[in-house]
Write a protein that binds this ligand. Structure first.
Ligand SMILES: Nc1ncnc2c1ncn2[C@@H]1O[C@H](COP(=O)(O)OP(=O)(O)OP(=O)(O)O)[C@@H](O)[C@H]1O
Ligand SMILES: [Mg+2]
Length: 351
């Protein structure tokens, strides 16, 4: 947490330390590193929590790319972990398991009447399912900004849907069910069934809505890059989150070029200056946030090993001058540990 000078530290330690957290959203503009960051945050959380689930709600799923493992809408254990699960859901299509099947006719009319209700329904069903699964922490790898904001409105959209159905019901009484019968809609999919489903979900919605607005339980991590558009989008995102009363106090600035003495390229130097301008602005605008800077690597960050290697920048501030020494130090420490382990094993053998 913040030190005595009240300057938030430049890592995501605060997220790992906040053991009340249940929902961690990771969002930002397209391509800035949301999937990379959410995957690493989930891996780090898995070290300190009994069980963690990472969910991708981006229709262009990329958890599979990041972890180099195929995921589906059923939570699957990530290779190499005992308590980290991943699933990919698409709120914009009907997910059979989430219970929107067979709801054409009347439901699609309702869906047309309230934009986003079908998506909201399947998101609500997904949350309902996830809540019963008892994960200690759930990390969301969200789709680019606009989509994320819509997702956060789902609980409100569902509530509106329910209200609308209830008012229709009280206005027209049994008429609606007669109509559905005339048009041959089976009871299971008729008005009562839909109201039943919406009502059944009301508890979940209310619960989740309350949880999302509780900073002890939910936080939103904004990922960005040090460029004008990303700064602008981050500000918009932070404002929207404030409007939705969703806590946010972490910004991850990815793809930072660090001023290594070795850099000679004019282009790189120019870009560093440009980045510095926006970094300064980020630090000025968000002085009460934890801002974590991540270096731009020469290669992509894919596969568990690469993610693990990159994860150290989430818990130790990046310092280019120490990097080479640090790697060597870590390797030395590792080989010393290996020696100790071998000695201990030899001792055990003797026993
Ligand atoms: N600091 C970095 N250095 C080098 N490559 C990176 C870095 N961060 C992310 N990448 C790579 O950049 C690509 C985009 O990252 P990622 O998929 O995490 O972004 P995203 O915000 O989830 O994108 P999208 O909006 O498409 O979902 C990936 O190939 C990832 O491996
Ligand atoms: Mg992504």
């Amino acid at each position: 947490m913040a030190d005595s000078d009240d300057i938030p530290e430049s890592t995501v330690h605060n997220i790992l330390e906040q053991d009340t957290l249940k929902w961690v959203f990771v969002g930002g503009k397209g391509g800035v590193g949301k999937t990379t960051c959410s995957s690493i945050i989930s891996m780090l959380l898995a070290r300190v929590r009994p069980s963690v689930l990472i969910i991708s709600t981006d229709p262009a799923h990329n958890l599979s790319d990041a972890f180099q493992q195929r995921f589906t809408k059923t939570p699957t254990l990530v290779y190499g972990f005992k308590n980290l699960y991943a699933m990919e859901v698409d709120p914009s299509v009907d997910n059979d398991e989430f219970g929107t099947e067979g709801m054409d006719s009347l439901f699609s009319d309702l869906a047309n009447a309230i934009p986003g209700i079908d998506e909201a329904m399947s998101f609500g069903e997904m949350l309902k399912l996830v809540q019963t699964m008892d994960y200690s922490c759930i990390v969301f790898d969200t789709a680019p900004t606009g989509h994320t904001l819509r997702l956060l409105q789902f609980p409100a959209t569902l509530e509106k849907g329910l209200e609308k159905m209830m008012s229709l019901k009280s206005k027209f009484g049994g008429l609606l069910s007669q109509v559905t019968r005339i048009f041959g809609v089976e009871d299971d999919f008729g008005e009562d069934a839909i109201i039943g489903r919406l009502e059944g979900m009301k508890n979940v919605i209310e619960q989740v809505n309350k949880q999302f607005k509780d900073p002890d339980l939910t936080t939103f991590v904004c990922v960005c890059i040090p460029e004008f558009l990303s700064l602008y989008e981050t500000e918009r995102l932070v404002q929207e989150l404030t409007k939705f009363e969703i806590d946010t106090h972490n910004i991850i600035i990815n793809q930072v070029l660090f001023d290594d003495e070795d850099v000679e390229s004019k282009l790189l130097k120019a870009r560093m200056r440009m980045q510095q301008k926006y970094l300064d602005q980020f630090f000025m605008l968000y002085d009460d946030f934890h801002i974590t800077k991540l270096p731009l690597l020469p290669e992509e960050v894919t596969g568990v090993e690469a993610l693990k290697r990159f994860s150290r920048h989430f818990i130790t501030p990046y310092q280019p001058s120490l990097e080479k020494g640090t790697v060597e130090e870590v390797e030395q420490r590792l080989s010393r540990l290996k020696e100790q382990l071998a000695e201990a094993e030899a001792e055990l053998e003797k026993l």
